[in-house]
Design a protein around this ligand. Sequence first.
Ligand SMILES: Cc1cc2nc3c(=O)[nH]c(=O)nc-3n(C[C@H](O)[C@H](O)[C@H](O)COP(=O)(O)O)c2cc1C
Length: 358
Amino acid sequence: MNLPSLKIGDLIAKVPIIQGGMGIGVSLSKLASAVANEGGIGVISGVQIGFREKDFKINNDIANIRGLIKEIRKARELSPNGILGVNILSAVNNYKDMVKTAVKEKIDLIISGAGLPKQLPELVKGSNTKIAPIVSSSKAISVIAKIWDKRYKYIPDAVIVEGPYAGGHLGFSVQQLKSLKLPKLSDIVKEVIETLKPFEEKYKKKVPVIAAGGIYTGRDIAKFLKIGAAGVQMATRFVATEECDAHINFKNAYISAKEEDIQIVVSPLGMPGRAIRNEFIKSVEKGKQPINKCYRCLKHCSPASAPYCISDALINSVQGDIERGLVFVGTTAYRLKEITTVKKLINELVSEAEESLG
Ligand SMILES: Cc1cc2nc3c(=O)[nH]c(=O)nc-3n(C[C@H](O)[C@H](O)[C@H](O)COP(=O)(O)O)c2cc1C
């Protein structure tokens, strides 16, 4: 059976795979455009995207806006007809300006997690940009849908459901993540689909639900399509591609990671994260790391109490200084054995999924 396309309003992705946004700088124009060119949805990570700009440290907000414009334009040039999104964390201070900039640049889709993107419909009003919150529970989507319905007479164009096995920041408590009773992504997906039904009826609008976190093979993709998901979001597998925008050391850290090297870490964002155990994590465990310069990038982060500067830690790793950096990763990274191309990866996933769908 052919894989169904993923429809988000008038956007139609031939391949129902969204490449998850990966910050800082892991998914930029190169990776996003490669995925979009293969028929999936390529997502640029907006978080601290200006890190390569000369004035990044002194003019953080302006450098990020400039960086975002550059990456969107580059991606569009590389993929004139593909579907491109930007991932903008709700928790960042310059959220509104970043969203408005992406809309001005005619981005197809904005994906927002790490908090409730309560104002998002207002920020894209009058544009053709679609909006998709990331949630980790049916309760969270119920809150967002109710607020958007009441305030803006709008419901999400798509919803990403991120389960406990994802990479980066996670919408679960440390206790939950360390317990053996982790919620199952498939259960959360089913609950979110049910929660959205009355809203879909009211607005006569289909809201595709996309499963994310720990999805590794085409068989996994087929499994989520069978339970009603309209597609999947995958990130970890896209790191081990030639097109991934991270330094080769970052990609090699994934390839050499063993299962026991992948652990839960505290993050100044206030949510737990998943990362590869390295010298950096060991020093954080010993105590607070010095913070020389605060970018004021996050709404609820203070240099006085933060265990480390997450921006510096993520920038170090994406630029190849792995041992002094935080290497975010999904649970499946230890299964990666080699670097491939986006084309080969998507072809493999599609044929496995089609075979599995029968
Ligand atoms: C290196 C890395 C960085 C990430 N950064 C972000 C981010 O900036 N914003 C976000 O919403 N999700 C982020 N994520 C989560 C992914 O977008 C994705 O939803 C998740 O990792 C999917 O699970 P998988 O990696 O098992 O495929 C990140 C994941 C990784 C691996």
